[in-house]
Design a binder for this molecule. Structure first.
Ligand SMILES: Cc1cc2nc3c(=O)[nH]c(=O)nc-3n(C[C@H](O)[C@H](O)[C@H](O)COP(=O)(O)OP(=O)(O)OC[C@H]3O[C@@H](n4cnc5c(N)ncnc54)[C@H](O)[C@@H]3O)c2cc1C
Length: 470
């Protein structure tokens, strides 16, 4: 039902001209989703500039039963920030760094701060905020929290849940919960922040956060290694984890097919090796101790792995530029796949010990259903997180291939379940995987989630149709 002129006027008066529009031309860019999988629509775009404005808007929406979809940088992969009606509440104007406490090693920020700005602010204070992902120039802290974002440094520092000490949240009825406590110890009942982290905007709007900071790495070293099989790569991982302990901060995997796509589609990339291998790993170590020659240590650590047969070739970056070139190969994987044509993507996790078997069995099952499928399984294998992406067979039309979407999802997700994994490792559920919640989290787990949702949001105004069906 269209909103009354009086209601529009009230909402407008809360956020002012800069924070309000019903002009569909102005709204359109906010509906454009990263993978073009969902077409959104909404009547109003609201961009509040502070927590109080968020609270006033939500109180009205709750009274009037108007759906509200919180939106950060809109880089999510599951259609979570794509509205299907109602109000799109974009947080980008809540972008202040509120406080940096060097001694406590914490930073308190508005939820609309861009991740990269938080990293840079920490860096200027000679500290480090470790969350790092390819969308860091546009995703926001609120979106990172709402999706419990992961990225390349989870191995050492954990995901957003591990990096957060306190939250400020506006509840659906407009009440503000000030949980911005910068404490590493606080056992005072249920830990509410963990309900909101990963809730994808279905329980309230996150408006501020206290995040942990760490000593800044003073030295880094990065290597690109070639292996015969995922099993050998996981041997490399286990060896490096033992050898470097907590210094190992990233361990990523990519197949030859993925590297081929990057070399074909992304200008300026080059193969670090003269010949082709089947599988590659990117690994990084870092230390906050000054005057440490990590490059030499990494070279020494890699030597015995040739004799053991774990690696067939390896290159250690000699400077920052070489390290960036290596990382560009890994970070360009999604873009290269997009340019190659149709692909069906997955974001699963399994215990690291199951990775080789999971990959072998799932690849086989996929190719049985769509012969000629080109599998690009890559990602954060150090965390057991694999983006099991499937590119269209060379001889098949994109449209024909994409008719297999559901069938391929089913195979990959069932296989993740078989190997004691999850159908969503770091991207969340959104609207893309909401049916999978019924299939894989049904029973006590999903019932409990529904109870929580109803308790916080009895009118179901917060991001309806995402994560849990009510
Ligand atoms: C190139 C690329 C690489 C990526 N790599 C990774 C990766 O390595 N690891 C990873 O985890 N993700 C990755 N992502 C996915 C995405 O960047 C993350 O999910 C990110 O955390 C989303 O942040 P955002 O601000 O864009 O959120 P949005 O996309 O705007 O929103 C995501 C969800 O959070 C909700 N939300 C947003 N802000 C708030 C708020 N303030 N309060 C309550 N709910 C809110 C939305 O309603 C939605 O449900 C990648 C994306 C791209 C495009």
């Amino acid at each position: 039902m269209p909103l009354s002129a009086a209601l529009l006027q009230t909402l407008h008066s809360i956020v002012g001209d800069k924070g309000f529009t019903t002009n569909q031309g102005e709204i359109a860019p906010y509906l454009q989703e990263s993978r073009n999988r969902f077409q959104g629509h909404c009547d109003i775009l609201i961009r509040p500039k502070n927590t109080q404005e968020v609270a006033e808007v939500l109180a009205i929406c709750n009274d009037e039963n108007i759906p509200v979809v919180p939106q950060g940088g809109n880089t999510g992969h599951c259609g979570g920030a794509v509205p299907q009606g109602g109000i799109l509440l974009n947080l980008s104007r809540l972008n202040k760094i509120r406080q940096l406490d060097g001694l406590n090693a914490t930073i308190t920020v508005d939820a609309g701060c861009i991740l990269q700005n938080v990293q840079l602010t920490a860096d200027k204070a000679d500290l480090y905020f470790p969350l790092s992902l390819a969308a860091e120039g546009s995703c926001q802290i609120g979106g990172n929290l709402a999706t419990n974002a992961g990225g390349i440094h989870v191995l050492r520092y954990g995901n957003m849940r591990d990096l957060t000490l306190g939250l400020e949240v506006v509840l659906p009825d407009g009440q503000i919960w000030d949980g911005l406590r910068a404490l590493r110890k606080d056992n005072t009942g249920y830990d509410l922040k963990h309900l909101f982290i990963g809730s994808e905007g279905t329980l309230g709007v996150i408006t501020g956060a206290v995040l942990k900071l760490f000593p800044k790495p003073k030295a880094r070293a990065c290597a690109f290694v070639a292996s015969e099989s995922p099993g050998h790569l996981m041997d490399v991982f286990a060896y490096m984890r033992d050898y470097f302990g907590e210094q190992l901060c990233a361990f990523e995997m990519m197949p030859r097919f993925g590297l081929d796509l990057v070399l074909k589609h992304i200008t300026g990339t080059t193969d670090p090796f003269a010949i082709a291998y089947q599988w590659y790993g990117v690994l990084e170590i870092s230390t906050s101790r000054p005057n440490t020659n990590l490059q030499t240590e990494l070279e020494e650590a890699l030597h015995p792995l040739f004799d053991r047969g774990y690696i067939q070739n390896a290159v250690v970056a000699q400077d920052l530029m070489q390290a960036e070139k290596i990382w560009a190969l890994r970070e360009s994987m999604s873009e290269a796949q997009k340019r190659e044509g149709g692909s069906v993507k997955h974001d699963i996790s399994v215990p690291v010990s199951h990775i080789p078997d999971f990959l072998a069995e799932t690849s086989h099952a996929v190719c049985n259903v769509v012969p000629g499928s080109r599998i690009c399984a890559f990602g954060h294998v150090g965390d057991g997180n694999i983006h099991f992406n499937i590119s269209q067979p060379e001889t098949m039309e994109k449209a024909a291939f994409l008719t297999n979407w559901e069938a391929l999802n089913e195979i990959v997700h069932e296989m993740a379940e078989k190997y004691e994994g999850s159908f969503s490792a770091e991207h969340g559920v959104g609207q893309l995987k909401i049916n999978e919640m019924d299939r894989f989290r049904g029973g006590v787990e999903l019932d409990s989630m529904r109870l929580i949702k109803r308790a916080f949001d009895p009118n179901n105004i917060m991001n309806p149709g995402k994560v849990v069906k009510i």
